[in-house]
Design a protein around this ligand. Sequence first.
Ligand SMILES: [Zn+2]
Length: 454
Amino acid sequence: MGRYTEVYSLDKNIYKKACPILIVGGRLLKDNHNNQILGQVKLKNIVAEQIKAIFINIATYDVLHNQIDASIEYQYLDLQLQRDDACGEQTAIYFTDQRIREIDVKIQKVVFADGKIWEDDSGETTKLHDCTPLNEDLQDELVQQYQRECQSAYGSNSDSCALREYEDYWICTCGAMNWKEEKSCHKCGKSKDWIKFHLDETLLRDNLEEYNTEMEKRRVEQERIQAEQKVEKEKLTKKRNKIIAITSVAAAFIFVVFVVYQSVQFQEYNKLSKGIDKYVNTFSKKVGYDCEDEEWSDIISDPYSFEDRNLIKDKYNLLNQKGAVYALTDDDGSEYSNIYTVTWIPDDMLSDDKISEIKKIVMKKYGDTEKKSDYSLEDYTSLNRDNADLYSWDIEVDKNTKCVLNLVIHRESGEVQLQIVNYDYIETIKDENESGSDYDSDYDSDYDSDSYSY
Ligand SMILES: [Zn+2]
């Protein structure tokens, strides 16, 4: 048990016609320490004027409603009570008689800030009417519609009381009490006429219907937007997946193409490389030697046609192209034994790409070289060609033999030939030095960065 026990409570909202004060409530408490009785009364200013003092009269009774002594007067002083302000709730009024179990409170005098005084006219007190819930008059959906209209017009949507008019006051839908002569609610500002008009059930129903239609429209619109966004999102996802798929396929395709390309290039390279090896091997050991006729017979197309000391083989496939192999002999006019040069001349002009490819292969096989410009082709061949490019490589065939492989490119006439020239090993070195031919090891060609590093 706490220190205080409530032993009596007053009725709520005790109102007296024309009285500026409403007795909101009151109670008697017993102090459990000393059994003293004390009272608390809550008072509210319900008029527009400010109040500075309230005099009340308290009649006291015992538990059997027998009045005890004369009534007690209590003064609330130094107040600044505006309309709807309350006082007294925390003020304890001590009674000397511990038998008191019931009180009756009357407002005796009210002093306004301007000095005017209201005095009790001994009229009857009644209970101020409470707020009647608005949904006693209207369906909930119509109450909500009314609240939306209040929100729209007055910025507040919490009105939940029915409009009620009594003899000298009316209760606003916001719950405030207003005097009969007040046309608008002193608290929320709504005029009584506006409230009456907007509480009309037919109007509320029409407005509610309009509202629901609008809401349905918005809902449909919202759904449409969401559906659109969903479709858009799906499109984006599909597009992204497609890009990923395409990118993957493209990457895989490029990889395959690269591998196939590398493989084709490798095969092509090998083929060309082997062709050059075969050409060198076929002729190098016969050229420059005192060979017997028989040693040439297997590669000379027609011994009789060789009598003109020129054509060895009319069909010889080199560098994937058909061509003919020609021979040069020395001055004494003898036949096979003095062939010192063979030359392959392709039937069709070699493309620049093919020449570049051949150069790469031969450079790789026999080392770097540079174009020799200052020379007479007649040193190497009887086929007189001016303005031709000559690339030369020394090739060691065996311990005693060295060949010179020449690539002669004669672009002006559209002809390109590949010839092989053979000298005695020692003499070759001597002759090369005397003729001023040299190698430039610093020669920088695309060869260095080629991809044939197998
Ligand atoms: Zn109001």
